[in-house]
Design a protein around this ligand. Structure first.
Ligand SMILES: *Cc1c(COP(=O)(O)O)cnc(C)c1O
Length: 394
């Protein structure tokens, strides 16, 4: 068996041809593909506005800036996420406060968030960055009402979850990043994510004000909009009204993203099928537990649409399992090493023992390969190896 990675992009002939077309056109960057991709993506997640940026990390950074994060800000996030979810606060000089996870879902534990807010003086926290970890959507309706009580904004880190949804209390499907509950949501188009641009990111929102701010911040804080400028000297004239960055996406990347977006629904379906086969294979196994909150719970299947970026299993012989799979050419991955234990974050006073749920999750978690082009033979090979390992308890 040739090496199987935990995640992999799928590139079609059509993807390739779309990119070639851009290379032959007049615009490599800031051409017509950016706006078209933004419009299509907004439609896909069901929000009003979308801003394409250079990558998911840039999306987080600009979101934090647009919401006014500065050195006096304190923001809540989860320790089980990619570093960028917290780093964006540090880029703006703010303080990151982690809250432990719910071991059933792997997501930020909203009861613990409530406890923290209740025992802190009102106004201590300005915002919260939940993550739809592994592609399982956080119930943002619940988080929104909590956030409103304490005056917090929400940035939904939906990098794992384009196409995921939860059903709100009125029975309405709420797609990740649709802007109905979060102020801003962000996505990544790194090749291991659902939609690949090489590098790329998107910010989605229903707020026109934030949308306009983000568009200016994406390109140096420069505008040519007559309504926003103090003067106008002629056709060449622009004003730099804020301190922004060059966080633009190229037309080459946008064209690839748009072509990929055309298969996004089908890709989530393929991921779901793969997950269901894993669920069945590991159901009831004493050694291998499944993190998937959907597995075997029919009420969850009604309430949630999992986007299956990751398929996580838990084992108390995780390191041996990781090594065993690797020896057999299966490149599983660990998501994630708890952020509060990274040396950079430990310097702010976090240490081992602070978040027992996140830490015990980390000791046991392993992400099995899941991506649309994973074929049946490969998946059977993975399952056989995991089961062979699990039966071999000496
Ligand atoms: C991938 C990812 C990011 C960062 O996206 P990049 O495009 O790699 O910068 C942020 N948050 C989460 C949860 C991610 O998985």
């Amino acid at each position: 068996m040739k090496p199987i990675p935990y995640g992999r992009q799928s590139i079609s002939e059509e993807d390739i041809n779309t990119v070639i077309e851009v290379l032959k056109s007049d615009f490599l960057t800031q051409g017509p593909k950016i706006g078209a991709f933004e419009e299509e993506f907004a439609k896909y997640v069901g929000c009003k506005y979308a801003v394409a940026v250079a990558n998911g990390t840039a999306a987080l950074h600009l979101s934090a800036l647009a919401l006014g994060v500065n050195k006096d800000s304190r923001i809540i996030t989860t320790p089980i996420t990619f570093a960028a979810s917290a780093n964006c606060i540090r880029y703006c000089g703010g303080k990151v406060d982690f809250v432990d996870i719910d071991p059933v879902t792997g997501l930020l534990d909203m009861d613990r968030v409530r406890n923290l807010l209740e025992k802190s003086p009102l106004g201590t926290y300005q915002g919260i960055i939940p993550v739809d970890f592994a592609g399982f959507p956080l119930n943002l309706e619940v988080l929104r009402s909590l956030a409103d009580e304490y005056g917090l904004w929400i940035i939904e880190d939906a990098c794992h979850a384009p196409g995921g949804h939860f059903v709100d209390s009125r029975g309405v499907q709420q797609f990740c990043g649709n802007g109905n509950y979060a102020d801003l949501a962000i996505f990544s188009f790194h090749p291991v994510k659902h939609i690949a641009c090489g590098e790329g990111g998107m910010i989605t929102t229903n707020s026109k004000e934030l949308y306009e701010k983000l568009r200016i911040l994406r390109t140096h804080g420069i505008t040519k909009d007559a309504n926003l400028m103090n003067e106008n000297h002629g056709g060449w004239y622009y004003e730099m009204v804020d301190l922004g960055f060059n966080y633009r996406l190229t037309d080459i990347q946008a064209a690839l993203g748009m072509s990929q977006l055309g298969r996004a629904v089908e890709s989530v379906e393929k991921r779901t099928k793969i997950a269901e086969i894993y669920d069945k294979a590991f159901h009831g196994n004493e050694e291998i537990r499944i993190l998937n909150p959907m597995a075997g719970r029919s009420q969850w299947s009604y309430q949630y649409g999992h986007a299956y970026h990751l398929y996580v299993i838990l084992s108390n012989r995780r390191k041996e399992l990781y090594d065993y799979l690797k020896k057999n050419n299966i490149h599983a991955q660990i998501h994630y090493i708890p952020l509060h234990l990274q040396p950079y974050y430990q310097q702010f006073g976090w240490s081992k023992g602070d978040f027992p749920m996140a830490e015990s999750y980390y000791n046991e978690c392993l992400s099995l390969p899941i991506f649309p082009s994973l074929d049946e033979n490969e998946q059977q090979y993975i399952i056989e190896n995991v089961l062979r390992f699990s039966e071999n308890i000496d």
